[in-house]
Design a protein around this ligand. Sequence first.
Ligand SMILES: NC(=O)c1ccc[n+]([C@@H]2O[C@H](COP(=O)([O-])OP(=O)(O)OC[C@H]3O[C@@H](n4cnc5c(N)ncnc54)[C@H](O)[C@@H]3O)[C@@H](O)[C@H]2O)c1
Ligand SMILES: [Zn+2]
Ligand SMILES: [Zn+2]
Length: 361
Amino acid sequence: MPYEVQGVVARGKGAAVTLETVVVPDPGPGEAVVNVQACGVCHTDLHYREGGINDDFPFLLGHEAAGVVEAVGEGVTEVEPGDYVILNWRAVCGQCRACLRGRPWYCFNTHNATQKMTLADGTVLSPALGIGAFLEKTLVAAGQCTKVNPEARPAVAGLLGCGVMAGLGAAINTGGVTRGDSVAVIGCGGVGDAAIAGAHLAGATTIIAVDVDDRKLEWARGFGATHTVNSRETDPVEAIRELTGGFGADVVIEAVGRPETYKQAFYARDLAGTVVLVGVPTPEMTLELPLLDVFGRGGALKSSWYGDCLPSRDFPMLIDLYLQGRLDLDKFVTETIGLDQVEEAFGKMHRGEVLRSVVVL
Ligand SMILES: NC(=O)c1ccc[n+]([C@@H]2O[C@H](COP(=O)([O-])OP(=O)(O)OC[C@H]3O[C@@H](n4cnc5c(N)ncnc54)[C@H](O)[C@@H]3O)[C@@H](O)[C@H]2O)c1
Ligand SMILES: [Zn+2]
Ligand SMILES: [Zn+2]
C-alpha cells in the first residue's frame, strides 16, 4: 500500500512553499522508504524554489536528511528496515566512466529511485537533488542510504547529507587543505563554516573568514577561523594578502556562488594556489577574467560538487569524529522547526539569521 504523508512542495517560481499530501509508493527493486527524522534547510532548496536550478516544478524540497529505513524493495542488500541512515545524493553506479577510472566521487550516473512520488491528484513531483526529504517518509534508491552510528542525533547527522559535507569536502577533498596551509573562505553560511571547520580539522594554521555580515563572522570564529574580514567594509583581497605575508592564501574557498566573490577568490590566493568554487551560481551569471592572469597565477581552479565526497567513506568517518568531540556539528543547528515552517526558514536564511534551520519530524 502506498503511503500518504505530508511534504513541502514548491509549486511555481518564487511562490511560497506549501504543505501537501504526497503519495509515496512502496519500495520497488533497488529502492528504500525511509522515515525521515530530520532535514536541514539548505540554500539549494531556495535555489530550486526560485527556479535557479531548472523549471521542473512542482519540486518536493528537502535533501539534507537522516532517518530510519522503514522498508526495502526486492534485491536490496545495502540496508534493512531499522537501519539509521543519512541520505545522500551520490549513490554511485560503479559502471560509468568516472567510476571505472576509480573516481567514484565524480560518478556521472548516480542512482535515484525509479518510481515517482506524486501529489494526491497524480501530479509527478521532482524531488530536490533526487531526494525530497521535507516529507515524513521518502522514497530513494537504496544506495542513497548510508548507515552511520545511531548515537549521532538526526538533526546533526542529516546535515552531512548536503551542505556540511559540501563545505568540509571542499576544504579536505577538493582543496586538499593540509597542515600549515593558509585558507580563506568567502561566504560563511552553513557551507562556508563547514569549509572552515574542515580547514581547522586538516591542520590549516591561518583560516580567514570573509562575509558581509558581522554575525556570520562571529559564528565563523567558533568553527576555527583565526581572522575575519567584513568585505562590505574592507577589500577582502587586500586583507587576505596582508594576513598571509603579502602573498595570498594557499587555498581560497568560494561559498557564495557569485562572479564578484569568485573574482575575489581568484585574486586572493597565492601564486600556484587553489580556488575551490563550492557556491552554486545561477544560469545568467558569467565570469570575465584576463586570460593572462589565469595563466600567470598558475595553480588550480576547481569546482566542488558535494565536496567530492564518497558517502560510504566520508559519512561514517565524520560521524565518528563528531562523536569523539573532534568535529562540532551541533553548532550548525541554529534552530529546529516543524515541516510547516520551511517558508519562514527561507526568510531567516535570506536575512542571515541562521546557519541551519532543521526540520525535525
Ligand atoms: N557544491 C555543492 O555541492 C553545494 C552543496 C550545498 C550548497 N551549495 C551552495 O553553497 C552556497 C552556500 O550555501 P549555504 O547553505 O551556506 O547558504 P547561506 O545563505 O547560509 O550562506 C551564504 C553566505 O554568504 C554570505 N554572502 C552573501 N553575499 C556575499 C558576498 N558578496 N561576499 C561575502 N559573503 C557573502 C552570506 O552573508 C551568507 O553568510 C549556495 O550557493 C548553495 O547553493 C553547494
Ligand atoms: Zn558511476
Ligand atoms: Zn543542499
